[in-house]
Design a protein around this ligand. Structure first.
Ligand code: GRF
Length: 190
């Protein structure tokens, strides 16, 4: 059984999809949600799914203190793998090294295009015909780690940005859950 932590900051629709997936899966378990915003809707979702959460205050503490605390919590909960799902903080190179477990992120663009925030809107406002999602390992370069999977979608500007966002989310939920399951299965085998 892989013990999973999800890190999220906001709405948490990807957390929801992962929670549903691993509830059905019954092999791997989401044991922890790390969240940096006390009013984030993802906390409600965690409560509904009975997933333990920790709210981490990045404002009152130094980044080093915060990350040391997260590392302690990961250890206490024997976490094997981390999935970032809309986590709006950058993890330091020291954190990634000390955690020494796989950390995976999902990003709403075809990386290396549109790294960073507002990726979806920037793709929409470009002249690109297609955009998509990228699932990748996290390394010290923001949105620059090794790619695991990308899926494309056509940008239909007649239907608007909200429509594109919905379609991107559908893709994310479908493929992040699949990749997460596969990676956890592989972890189990190794
Ligand atoms: C997703 O689009 C993800 O790609 C990005 O942040 C967004 C989070 O959405 N990293 P949600 O909170 O999971 O609904």
């Amino acid at each position: 059984m892989a013990r999973i932590a999800v890190f999220a900051s906001g709405n948490g629709s990807n957390f929801e999809a992962l929670a549903a997936k691993f509830k059905d899966d019954k092999i791997h378990n989401i044991v922890l949600l790390i969240c940096d915003r006390k009013n984030a809707y993802v906390l409600e979702r965690a409560k509904n799914h009975g997933v333990k959460f920790e709210i981490i205050n990045y404002v009152k503490n130094s980044k080093k203190e915060v990350e040391d605390r997260i590392l302690r919590i990961l250890k206490e909960n024997e976490v094997d793998i981390i999935f970032l799902a809309g986590f709006m903080r950058i993890l330091s190179a020291e954190f990634i090294e000390k955690a020494s477990i796989p950390i995976i992120n999902i990003h709403p663009s075809l990386l290396p295009k549109y790294k960073g925030t507002e990726a979806l809107r920037r793709a929409y406002e470009s002249t690109d015909d297609i955009t998509g999602i990228s699932i990748h390992y996290v390394n010290k370069e923001v949105d620059g780690g090794e790619l695991i999977l990308q899926k494309e979608i056509i940008i239909d500007r007649d239907k608007g940005l909200d429509f594109l966002e919905k379609e991107i989310h559908k893709l994310e939920h479908k493929w992040y859950t699949k990749v997460a399951k596969d990676l956890c299965d592989k972890l189990e085998e190794s």
